[in-house]
Design a protein around this ligand. Sequence first.
Ligand code: SF4
Length: 291
Amino acid sequence: MLQQTQVKTVIPYFNKFTKKFKTLKSLAKSNEKEILKMWEGLGYYRRARNLLACSKILVKNYKSKLPDTINEIKKLPGVGEYTANALLSLVHDKPRIAVDGNVKRVFSRNLNQEEIKINFEKLIEKNKKKLFVTNRNADFVEALMEFGALVCKPKDPNCLTCCLNKSCKYFKSNKKIKSIKNKMIKNKDYNIFCYLNKKKQIALTKNSQIGFLKNFNLPEIKEANGFSKKHNWKFLKNYKNSISNLKLNINLYYKFSNKIPPMFSWYSLKENKEFVPSFTKKIFRQVSTLF
Ligand code: SF4
């Protein structure tokens, strides 16, 4: 839940989720519709699907236990290098480091080298005897991430009181590296098209290929110019939104029509019991102003 999402946003979802699913087995017995409903508003719905899929695999193939080797753990849906290392260290207390942005910054500053020039995997492997000197690896990994977040902060690190300042090359150097790398910002244009009817219904499809909003279920077409005029679509609103390193420019179009393409179904704008992501809800509210 915490991937790309702040702790304060996650807390109510986490509490509700763990109250409902007290064991891995109870989660594994659930289904996608139920999970997505509980995840509604949290975004990045692939996480919910992967979590459900993982629970089913762990119950079926691993006697409800998390495997303790990197190769086995990485076979689970949605588990890449970072998550695998985090799980191995936090759950199994293995000497592994989950290299997130905070950890990268701590290493990069200590070496006074740009993050982009460091191979973190090699660096950790080479220095594992110096790094893993405790038998509390889980605490060490968590502390390292917290150290980056609270002491070796992106801006104004607390160098004067830092316990590493005697060896830290960044602190001692007159030529300090800029460890905050600018993310490559990508701009994306989306055009969303809503069919509406006089019964206050909106047409949705389950087959949307809408890239960043796979659950969105509204038709999306890349080129609005020409298409919108030719097919009598009316412009309603522009949204600007940022997700991670994506800058989105979204144009919303609508038209009233009784005919919809075959793969579409009508859904009530008010009494929709289906799982609806929060941005889709926003659009529901916007098109509701047309009635
Ligand atoms: S001395 Fe400063 S830059 Fe170096 S690790 Fe500590 S807080 Fe970070």
